[in-house]
Design a protein around this ligand. Structure first.
Ligand code: ADP
Ligand code: ZN
Length: 206
């Protein structure tokens, strides 16, 4: 954001697949705000406890302390009046209240910086992030590197056998894939393969 007069707030969103550098970019922006001696508060969902309980950690090991919350409305409750910058990581896990919470914080004059997955393991829009994009002042879309072919990767490939929307995990459970190498049906195929294997084992035992 360039010229901002008075104490107007706004919403910045950083999206992209897993491993695209969203957390790194969030940490970079928040550190710079701290260097400018702004009052910063940082939140992440309780669901994502990989690596650190009280901090945001990127896949490359960068870290910044943060508060754990269950919902977006809890962020609203915890933000102090004097806070100038609010950072939220992995916001796709914070539920439907995200858009309202971010809008209210921005309306209160705060700079709100949010990261999230814009698509799910099937490549579909991952609500409520797409709705947040619609009301944001600034959107940064990052890409990872496809682990198969080295092209820019827009997708989060699930490798494990589950068809739940939310399966928390990192390396080994997910990898970055470009649109050519993306296999959205893979998770379903693995679920079916596990079922077949279980049936065969049962038949052999019986
Ligand atoms: P995100 O928050 O988007 O999941 P992070 O900021 O946590 O991403 O991690 C980004 C870092 O992950 C990169 O700087 C790089 O060191 C590492 N990394 C691991 N696998 C990949 C990949 N396939 N493409 C790009 N970066 C990767
Ligand atoms: Zn590829």
């Amino acid at each position: 954001m360039d010229i901002v007069r008075g104490n107007m707030g706004w919403i910045e969103v950083i999206v992209g697949p897993m491993f695209s550098g969203k957390s790194e970019e969030l940490i970079r922006r928040l550190r710079r705000a701290e260097i400018a001696r702004q009052r910063v508060q940082i939140f992440k969902p309780m669901i994502d406890q990989r690596y650190a309980k009280n901090g945001i950690v990127s896949h490359s090991g960068l870290e910044i302390r943060s508060d754990l919350v269950h919902t977006a409305l809890e962020v609203l409750d915890k933000v102090e009046a004097r806070t100038e910058v609010v950072g939220i990581d992995e916001a796709q896990f914070l539920g439907e209240g995200l858009v309202e919470a971010c809008t209210r914080l921005a309306d209160m004059g705060k700079r709100v910086i949010v990261t999230g997955l814009d698509t799910d393991y099937l490549g579909r829009p991952f609500e409520p992030i797409p709705r947040l994009l619609a009301v944001a002042e600034e959107i940064t879309k990052l890409l990872a590197i496809c682990v198969r072919c080295g092209n820019p990767a827009v997708h989060t490939q699930r490798l494990v056998a589950s068809e739940d929307l939310i399966v928390v995990g990192a390396t080994g459970m997910y990898e970055a894939r470009c649109r050519r190498c993306f296999e959205p049906q893979l998770a379903h195929e693995r679920v079916e393969a596990e079922k077949t294997a279980a049936e065969k084992a049962k038949a052999a035992a019986g």
